[in-house]
Design a protein around this ligand. Structure first.
Ligand SMILES: [Zn+2]
Length: 350
């Protein structure tokens, strides 16, 4: 099934404005002031696109309305919607483990749009497609996400093990960088007023559970983190950390270069957290001498029926970030669970 004509036209039209965003070039990881915020224009909402056409010329100035007169909220109120593992199939009615994935995503979109103020952006942290990252899956997903675009909300997506970059870029042309920060990987840097977010790509092989960043991406991340050390940093990728004994023959279901990543993060005192999905298990581990670990819930099915599915409302503040679980089952005992993770690591060099 080809993508709906409307979605195809819309997303291909948006790519024309991608160059106006301040996508960091391949070798440019130098710190930028807030006026030159590094933010790839991932799904540019139509109204913002119109704003660009009429008011802004190049650079990252498109962020201006969010923080100045046109904004309906103050930077201190800024929040982000964190989603993971929607697993959208071509078939809108497709179910797995007792739930219909698109229904779950649509309910989450309803909830995000019903919030008193709009989020600064939406991040979908991988496994956007059901299993094999098919063009038809992304067509259904793009139709669902159009509601975010219609509401003027930027959407940023990362690659999970059930995604495939080629069909993904075909469906979401605005997500493709003209000059990728890391060859063959879908990575980006988002700058909030207080925090820099690094979106990583841990897709190793499509529909194989194991994840990998790879040395080139790790090297880039190290350089990029060093170049953006002026603000707290949070790294976001699909796969969980996993550490197996060297002699273990077990299949690695998480990130196969976990140790390299965690060493890299822990060596930099401004890195506050690693946020991931993949396990479909909401869990927050606050650490005091290493990066905090945040396992986002799945938008879709869970592997343990006791675990909640849903999304997370996140606020990246000046000295902490706050997380609130929004379970789809509002009667779930963890619905509304809040965590405040203080940015203590910057002051306490390791
Ligand atoms: Zn998943």
């Amino acid at each position: 099934m080809p993508p709906p004509a409307s979605a195809t036209v819309t997303y291909h039209f948006w790519i024309g404005f991608y160059n106006h965003g301040s996508v960091v070039s391949h070798c440019d990881v130098s710190p930028k002031p807030i006026s030159e915020i590094v933010m790839p224009l991932h799904m540019i909402p139509p109204t913002r696109r119109r704003f660009l056409q009429t008011t802004l010329v190049g650079g990252a100035a498109w962020l201006a309305p969010r923080y100045t007169g046109a904004a309906e909220f103050k930077p201190s109120d800024e929040w982000w919607a964190l989603l993971s593992d929607p697993h959208i199939d071509a078939d809108p009615k497709k179910s797995a483990r007792g739930i219909t994935m698109l229904d779950c995503l649509n309910r989450i979109i309803d909830e995000v749009l019903a919030e008193p103020s709009p989020p600064a952006g939406v991040i979908i942290n991988g496994d956007c497609a059901f299993l094999r990252g098919l063009a038809e899956d992304y067509a259904t997903l793009s139709t669902a996400l159009q509601r975010f675009a219609d509401a003027d909300l930027p959407v940023h997506m990362t690659m999970g093990n059930h995604d495939d970059r080629g069909p993904f870029y075909d469906a979401f042309a605005s997500q493709r960088a003209d000059n990728p920060l890391v060859d063959g990987k879908h990575v980006s840097i988002l700058s909030t007023p207080t925090t820099t977010l690094f979106l990583m790509d841990s897709l190793w092989e499509v529909n194989k559970v194991t994840g990998e960043l790879g040395q080139p991406q790790l090297d880039w991340l190290a350089s990029a983190l060093d170049a953006h050390a002026e603000k707290p940093a949070i790294v976001i990728g699909h796969h969980n950390l996993q550490f197996l004994p060297k002699e273990s023959q077990a299949t690695i279901s998480g990130l196969r270069d976990s140790q390299k990543l965690v060493d890299l993060l822990n060596a930099r005192s401004h890195v506050q957290a690693y946020i991931f999905g993949h396990t479909h298990h909401w869990n927050v581990i606050e650490k005091h001498d290493e990066v905090n670990l945040v396992n986002l819930p799945a938008c879709s099915y869970v592997f343990n029926p006791a675990h909640p599915n849903g999304w997370v409302k996140a606020q990246f503040g000046a000295d902490q970030f706050a997380l609130e679980l929004r379970a789809l089952d509002h009667a779930h005992p963890q619905h509304g669970e809040k965590h405040k993770l203080r940015y203590t690591l910057t002051a306490n060099a390791r």
